[in-house]
Design a protein around this ligand. Sequence first.
Ligand code: SAH
Length: 358
Amino acid sequence: MNNKKSIFCLSLKELETFCIKNSAKKFNAFQIMKWVYSTRIYDFNDMTNISKSLRETLNSNFNFKLPEITASFKEDTTDGNYSMKYLIKLDDGCTIESVFIDYGKRKTLCVSSQVGCKMLCDFCSTGNFGFQRNLTSSEIISQILLIENECKVKITNIVFMGMGEPLDNLFEVKKALEIISDPNLIGVARRKITISTCGIIDKLIEIRDLRYKIAISLNASNNYLRNKIMPINKKYPIEDIVKFISCGKYFGHNKITLEYVLIKDFNDSINNAKELIKLFFPQNVKFNLIPFNKFDIKNTELSKTAYGKLTENNYERTSETAYNNFQDKLMKAGFVVTIRHSKAQSIYGGCGQLKGSL
Ligand code: SAH
């Protein structure tokens, strides 16, 4: 039957409603969800604690259709770890990317939340290709199911740092996170899930108390510079970010991360570091310094049909000395500073390089 719906589209509540409507028990929904997301059984007939009649009803209403991995690329790192970039084809032919980073015990999946992105940050390849559509919660969850199965691993950490702005698709992201963070279902702890945003403050307020980790892409130390590279800054300028952080009853162990892409001769001077200290000292934040990843907008299939804003930016990665000095300055002021050794960069799976083509 063609009008079957994918079971992965349903939240627990929706499945409960379905069960009750079909004269089954509310708790059957939880049992089914456990089979699907914990045991990973993709056949209703194998769900042994579900009555035959409910299994039949389920069979005639739902399937287990997942999107498809159509390409992958592996990068070994010198330390014996590796990253994989996956291209995933959705039902309507759109493609998204997910990046799996295997780093010892930490198995991180960088997931996409949208096809493309509306935010149009000038230094990011995803933004440069415009926006196609939001992902559904099942398409977000599918990235985990597909890649766990492909790599035969259990993902321990999830970062919403792939294509898209998660807070611009909050409804579906929240619906997916209910299943991802439920210890009985996919079971990735909330403190191991990072939602990275360009800083949509109204939505940040909405998720502040949900105990996920929050990362804000700051990328500049004053509004003049941030306006140049991140259009969202015109709506939510740096003062709003500072205010959000300072008045948040935020969990002590969960400092907000400020992501800062260092771009040569643009935002990487000691003066920029001083501005950051002035803005954020002594607040509960840590900095994550990211080396700028170059991307080539000309040599891709997508660029020929691009509907987005294509810029010929001349951004360059900052020098190692400037990088170290910047880090030193922040650390001496008492901030925790982590450095992102931009993984997966040679396979164009690094930050800002995801654009739905290999
Ligand atoms: N929209 C979300 C998540 C996607 S971007 C956000 O803005 O946070 C994930 C991270 O990659 C952000 O911190 C962003 O600043 C960074 N990034 C984007 N383009 C980059 C590039 N070309 N080089 C390095 N980092 C980049």
